[in-house]
Design a protein around this ligand. Structure first.
Ligand code: NAD
Length: 439
């Protein structure tokens, strides 16, 4: 098939590259000229395991093409996938301007048989809106399909190639056949493709992310209770997670979820509910607990130092919102760093791959702040002369530090473990003060 992908971010580039890998001819369109230049030079503009290889192989084989010109990509496409961002607006609702701009620009170039699929996460009713926009003044109808994406950063290629399921929202028989064919490499392997109403499909994406976020907030709330009553959340987690009906996934206590999806999708579900006079209370509470969890974590730091951080130095280990990605959008690290700086402290920051994004896009590494933020070369460089080490992202390489080395280079032996990756007893034996979450 011939495909066009609008937007070459995490979702668009993975989608384009993986569809090309399956033998389709794929044009990827983006407005960001710098990004396109990097891609044409064989560089993937963000960190995602396995992606570079697939992109460069398929680019070389001329199955994967890049352009900023809709005219090159749209007219011959059997399916056009909209994969642009849908960031949150001030009130939490999804900003659809990029989706609508993309639809307007492709409109005059679409032929009658082209199917337009929305992969971006969009509120219920967006496919209707885009279909109206595309068909206004047109005789034969362009069909719009909802095809939400469930990949997760850090594992995106594997998730796209081996999804638990593919969700397709359409009631159009021709579109159904085209999507069955497009995803036939999956269905032949036995993976499920679930067809449903468009509105159900749009809601499925928000419901899935909000449910996963709810699990995180649930265990985080239990962790707060554990701290008050002298229970250990790690024991409780194992006690409940081994029940197969519950499971261990998304049941890790910590400083809360971040990233470009969970925070915005939970808020968008709350806003969607409001539009229909409904209080989605589980989503509201999920969001509230997530905020509280960060605040509590920072309060632990503040309390340990008697409410004053002036002149103190903190090693911040990890800035990406989770391991295996360089994405810092809505990362808990940004909250913790901002609060430490506000309270007069200094930070020495390290992350294996997200430091550049931190310096360029966090909004924290600017002006006066630059004198109080040191960008470290590695884990130990961050810990040098620090009054405390603050573990934020559970990168594997952070899991087994040399405690003797840490003891020598840190000013004080104090560790705040935002992801419970260290063993309290081991740290105490090594002479550290240890603050985990819920233990
Ligand atoms: P992103 O911000 O990384 O990328 C969006 C890209 O779209 C950018 O490169 C931008 O330049 C381009 N763009 C914007 N307007 C354009 C236009 N009119 N024409 C051409 N290109 C345009 O976004 P992302 O993280 O890939 O997310 C895209 C969508 O997928 C969002 O709705 C998101 O919620 C959803 N989603 C994201 C993930 C994830 O893990 N990142 C997972 C599932 C779903």
């Amino acid at each position: 098939m011939r495909l066009a992908i609008i937007g070459t971010g995490y979702v668009g580039l993975v989608t384009g590259a993986c569809f090309a890998e399956m033998g389709n001819i794929v044009w990827c369109v983006d407005k960001d000229k710098k990004r396109l230049m990097e891609l044409k030079e064989g560089r993937v503009p963000f960190y995602e395991p396995q992606l570079s290889e697939i992109v460069s192989n398929n680019f070389r084989e001329k199955r994967l093409l890049f352009t900023d010109d809709y005219k090159k990509a749209i007219p011959d496409a059997d399916v056009v996938f909209i994969c642009v961002g849908t960031p949150p607006r001030e009130d939490g609702s999804a900003d659809l301007q990029y989706v609508l701009n993309a639809a307007s620009e492709m409109k005059p170039l679409l032929t009658n048989n082209t199917i337009v699929a929305i992969k971006s996460t969009v509120p219920v009713g967006t496919c209707d809106m885009v279909e109206d926009l595309l068909n206004k003044g047109r005789k034969k109808k362009i069909v719009v399909v909802s095809n939400p994406e469930f990949l997760k950063e850090g594992d995106a290629v594997r998730d796209f190639m081996y999804p638990d399921r593919v969700v397709v929202g359409t009631e159009d028989e021709r579109a159904r056949k085209v999507f069955l064919e497009l995803y036939s490499p999956y269905t032949k392997r036995g993976q499920a493709i679930i067809f449903m109403k468009r509105r159900s499909s749009e809601l499925t994406k928000y419901a899935a992310n909000s449910f996963l976020a709810l699990r995180v907030s649930f265990i985080n709330e239990i962790s707060m209770l554990c701290e008050r009553i002298g229970a250990d959340v790690e024991e409780v987690r194992r006690g409940i997670g081994t029940d197969r009906r519950i499971g261990m996934q998304f049941m890790y206590p910590g400083i809360g979820y971040g990233g470009s999806c969970f925070p915005k999708d939970v808020k968008a579900l709350i806003e969607l509910g409001k539009r229909y006079n409904m209080d989605i209370s589980t989503a509201r509470v999920t969001d509230r607990i997530n905020q509280l969890q960060r605040e509590n974590f920072f309060k632990k730091i503040l309390n340990r130092f008697g409410g004053r951080l002036t002149g103190l130095v903190f090693a911040i280990e990890g800035v990406s919102f989770k391991p295996n990605t360089d994405d810092i959008r809505e990362a808990p690290s940004l909250y913790v760093i901002a609060r430490i700086l506000e309270a007069g402290g200094k930070v020495r920051v390290f992350d294996p791959i997200a430091l550049k994004n931190f310096m360029d896009y966090s909004g924290l590494y600017t002006g006066e702040n630059k004198r109080r933020i040191y960008i470290a070369k590695d884990y130990y460089d961050a810990a040098r002369s620090a009054d405390a080490l603050v573990l934020i992202t559970e990168w594997n390489e952070f899991r087994r530090p040399d405690y003797r080395r840490l003891s020598k280079i840190m000013r004080r032996r104090i560790i705040f473990d935002g992801r419970n990756i260290y063993t309290k007893e081991v740290l105490l034996e090594n002479g550290f003060e240890y603050f985990g979450v819920g233990i």
